[in-house]
Design a binder for this molecule. Sequence first.
Ligand code: FEO
Length: 410
Amino acid sequence: MMNNIEITKNTYCVGKIDDTKVPFHRLILEKGTTYNSYLLNTEKPTLIDTVDISYGMEFVKHLQEIMDLEKLQYVVINHVEPDHAGALGALMNKAKNATIVTTELGKKFLIGMFKLQNRNFHVIKDGETLDIGGKTLQFFETPFLHTEETMVTYSVEDKILFPCDIFSTHIANYELFNDLAKEDITEDFKVYYKLIMHPHRPYVRDMINKIRNLDINIICPSHGYVLRENAKKYIDIYDEMSKVELSTDKKALVLFSSMTGNTSKIAQGLKEGLVEMGIETNVVNIKNADLNSILEMAKEASAIMIGSSTKYGDMIGSIEDVVKEIVKLDLSGKFGAAFGSYGWSGEAVEIINDYLKNSSLTLLDTSYMIKATGDDHIKLPLRVNFTPEEQTKEICIETGIAIGEILIKN
Ligand code: FEO
């Protein structure tokens, strides 16, 4: 069933209610879900997000019944996953004059997904406003909540936040507003947070800081209930839960051998990300440690990352001796990854990777990370050409965060 429910003057929910058991990120949503899209019927009519790709034609037909799609001026895409942007291809065939409003990365993905290279895009800047004729929208980038390109949209005069996946709940419902829900939704709201958002906890903190000063009366997420009663309570739940590290007894060990200090910087970046995720992390320069204590730490660790600079096509120092001893241990149930800085071809990183691949641990490589995180920006083994500059330092931290996510989930 398609919705057409007024939220506030000239703002409507026009999404899809899916009360089947929905497959989603290798889970089954037992209570179904909704794909909420929002129509702001102003002088420059604007749609915020669409619905799941499987309901694209139904969605467009429904919109045609309530408006002339050639008058649609803007389509805001907060997040490109197909349960929100999925109807965009079908929609843009009819909305011939619409401009797509999204992030830089969102534009890249949407062009790739729907061949929209000849359509107008408006790429937002963080905090930028857009006059849509009677209402003002403001956009905030919220990367990694839960994919890299995500943003949220705030309707300034109406004090409504449109956060897409954030603040959602997977419950198919026909009443839409939380104050009309037949049961308390708090537990479902928290379960959604834990599954989808908490693995990205540091980014939740960034998002909370961005929206903290907005005056928000209503939250219109893309799944489940519109939170018009006590919206602050739901922001506070994210605020509180994202402050708390999940209780984990998992430990990580980051071992390295560094020629000029660059591989050491990668190790520190990995540690920074892991610690952000609440993982106790030992960073050990093998030059300063004895083999027995390294092996004891390896036995206790849930993840072992080993790095070396490359000199003359090989590892440096005595790290190969250490690696050979580590891979003799029973490493089943543990994760491992290789890293290192290099100048030309970086053979040391690949040799360490081979050792780990042939051991009893689970190797974290790019393929594993794509499947585990639903994202492809983490590349493993982690190879850094020469010195980790600001951008690559950030990648090292993000890699640590992503490995931390895997430890929390497993
Ligand atoms: Fe609701 Fe990220 O999809």
